[in-house]
Design a protein around this ligand. Structure first.
Ligand SMILES: [Zn+2]
Length: 414
């Protein structure tokens, strides 16, 4: 049984038919549809000479034992956002299955190193607002004690939803045991952005995941009557925020891959006849370089002070969340680039703006790399998410090549 990329595409369609409705994929973690997807996947895997189990955080592991216990890990996530696309997470997992089949066949069930396929539990965090839940348990970076009280929209507690799926929160940290013998981790994913399509490239090499600085910024001015207050006597909080909205774009554009977004603007009192007395905005800054990220953050802070002063307002900041950039492994980047070039003729190295399970694995100091395949129109987390079938097939071939190269690399170390 050699590699059959067309079968992977057919199985993606099979999964879509099983778990999507007219609004898109509904494989939200810890729901019945998600369990159905996992059951479907488990029956596919059963035909291989593998061991299957779930770890203490609900991650699903399929292990093909090799001559060496050192393991190549390939991962993805079968969970989706509500009304999601058919490829986000599922491509990684089903392409991984196809690669596992090829390896099992080529080495008659006993490859030189152990190969493990992982389906991470709750990558999306769609129901409880906690992304990368399973992979953070694996990496030992989880925050389960803080997360256990989280509830979904219907008031169901995270703790209870997990228990229903056989996961005990008190044992969550035991998932770290799965790190044993892990020598490398590979993840294929759709790009979810427009870069590869614009460059006319099917595949890309992912340098790492960008760090994030996420803040609330509040400008304080003075509410005043819109008719009676002369322009030069105003303390308009929105005017200061608007200047910042433009300036953060200039700050980000100074750096090649940096991005910065003001995603929310709230004005108070928020009526047509009053100067804005208070304006609350959010800032989300991302870059792969820690220094660049820190510099952008400082520049945005300085700019906010300057614009507040110009508009006779004050400003204060509060951090919502942040994460360090996670660069991937230099040698695996080279192997990934070779695999992509051999498959599609050319390659491009790019950072990932979205976070992925691969970032958690890399934080556990396991050599990690990701490969991207082009997304049509750069759209994801949407039922119209799509990728050309020929590109999907190429991505399976490229992941397979990367897996072979990585097995050789691991085997040489032992
Ligand atoms: Zn994903």
């Amino acid at each position: 049984m050699s590699l059959d990329p067309k079968r992977a595409v057919a199985e993606l369609k099979e999964l879509r038919a099983l778990t999507a409705d007219e609004n898109g994929a509904q494989r939200v973690a810890w729901t019945d549809t998600w369990l159905k997807a996992r059951e479907w996947f488990a029956t596919k895997v059963k035909r291989l000479p593998v061991e299957q189990h779930h770890d203490a955080a609900g991650n699903s592991w399929v292990t093909l034992p090799g001559a060496s216990e050192k393991s190549l890990l390939i991962g993805g996530h079968l969970d989706s956002v509500p009304n999601g696309g058919w490829l986000d997470g599922a491509l990684d997992e089903i392409a991984g299955l196809e690669v596992l089949r090829r390896i099992a066949d080529e080495f008659r069930g006993r490859p030189p190193v152990t190969v493990r396929l992982v389906d991470w539990a709750d990558e999306e965090g769609a129901r409880f607002g906690r992304s990368l839940l399973g992979s953070s348990a694996f990496a030992g970076t989880h925050s389960i004690d803080a997360d256990r009280g989280r509830t979904d929209r219907d008031g169901v507690k995270l703790e209870d939803a997990l228990r229903r799926c056989g996961v005990q929160i008190d044992k969550f940290a035991e998932a770290e045991r799965e790190q044993k013998n892990a020598a490398a981790y590979l993840e294929l994913h759709i790009e979810q952005g427009p870069v590869l399509e614009r460059m006319g490239l099917p595949l890309g090499v992912v340098l790492g995941t960008k760090g994030v600085e996420r803040h609330n910024v509040t400008f304080h001015g003075q509410e005043a009557h819109s008719g009676s207050t002369p322009m030069n006597a105003r303390r308009d909080a929105l005017a200061a925020a608007a200047k910042l909205a433009l300036e953060i774009r200039n700050v980000a554009k100074k750096h090649e891959d940096a991005v910065c977004t003001m995603g929310s603007v709230k004005t108070f009192p928020g009526i047509v006849t009053a100067v804005v007395g208070r304006c609350e905005v959010t800032l989300d800054q991302r870059d792969l370089d820690t220094k660049v990220l820190a510099q952008m953050y400082r520049e945005a802070q300085d700019a906010s002070q300057r614009f507040a002063a110009e508009e006779h307002c004050t400003v204060d900041w509060s951090r919502l969340w942040n994460i360090e950039p996670v660069p991937f492994h230099p040698h695996l980047l080279d192997l990934c680039e070779q695999a992509v070039r051999e498959t599609s003729g050319s390659s491009h190295r790019m950072p990932s703006g979205p976070l992925h399970d691969a970032a958690e694995v890399a934080r556990a100091r396991i050599p990690t790399v990701m490969m991207f395949v082009q997304s049509l129109k750069g759209i994801s987390h949407n039922k119209i998410e799509d990728t050309k079938e020929e590109h999907l097939e190429m991505s399976v071939v490229a992941l397979d090549r990367l897996a072979s190269k990585t097995i050789d690399w691991i085997a040489k170390q032992s």
